[in-house]
Write a protein that binds this ligand. Structure first.
Ligand code: DX5
Ligand code: ZN
Length: 231
């Protein structure tokens, strides 16, 4: 069976936003029993994005039952206000949006100071050049997360031009020797997975394709991990 993290060069991070919230712990365990080692948490504030999901208390309660790497995606205005809460809740990485943090350098440094990995997310319409061409910023990053949908909701369709951005970022990383992973978030399916991997992503968030329908969580997870281990 595909054991993530042992030999794979790709990382799969299922997004719990698509899980049944009344059975979060159980659904997470199912994905973990099928081989998942990373979990993606979508924190939304109803301001940066037009939806509210959950915050630190949910993350903290799941931390008690999971050994997985907790990857927290903050779709929140001025996320610097909540970094300590996320650390205390058990986050291993916090990803913030370039569009939501006025002082990006300070916010990323703060994440690292708190002992977590730092990620930077870019909305579909945000060009790479707005952040990654400022040399030096990439040394603060463990992940650059390219949003392939407009954030706020699960179950949307991937916006095709975002794959060009992934290609552009992969080229940039090759040139600069950057150590960050290249992530994609939104509308990832078994069908578009090959084109996503060809574009150069190595960190994949998938919500609906893993947790829906709920009877297929194990099969969906194994399907993804097997496909990734073949590459
Ligand atoms: C979108 C979130 C995504 C979302 C992905 O706002 O950041 O992580 O949950 O869900 P799917 O895979 O269903 O598009
Ligand atoms: Zn997300």
């Amino acid at each position: 069976m595909a054991e993530e993290g042992v030999f794979m060069k790709y990382t799969l991070a299922p997004s719990l936003l698509a899980a049944d919230f009344s059975e979060l712990g159980e659904e997470l365990s199912k994905a973990e029993r099928a081989g998942v080692r990373f979990v993606h948490f979508d924190v939304m504030d109803g301001s940066f994005v037009p939806n509210i999901s959950f915050g630190a208390p949910i993350i903290r309660s799941l931390r008690k039952r999971s050994q997985s790497f907790f990857d927290v995606h903050m779709m929140v205005e001025e996320p610097i206000r909540y970094l300590e809460d996320m650390k205390n809740a058990g986050a291993d990485r916090v990803t913030i949006h370039s569009e939501a943090a006025r002082h990006l350098d300070r916010s990323l440094n703060r994440i690292r100071e708190l002992g977590m990995q730092a990620g930077l997310a870019l909305n579909p319409a945000t060009p790479l050049s707005s952040v990654l061409l400022s040399k030096g910023l990439d040394s603060l990053l463990d992940l650059v997360l390219i949003m392939s949908v407009n954030p706020g909701f699960g179950g949307q369709k991937l916006i095709p031009y975002t794959l060009d951005k992934i290609k552009e970022l992969a080229a940039l990383r090759r040139e600069s020797g950057g150590a960050y992973q290249i992530g994609i978030d939104g509308g990832v399916t078994m069908e578009n997975l090959p084109s996503i991997l060809d574009a150069g992503a190595d960190f994949l968030v998938a919500g609906s394709s893993i947790f829906r329908p709920k009877e297929r969580i194990s099969e969906n997870t194994r399907g993804f991990l097997e496909e990734l281990s073949r590459r």
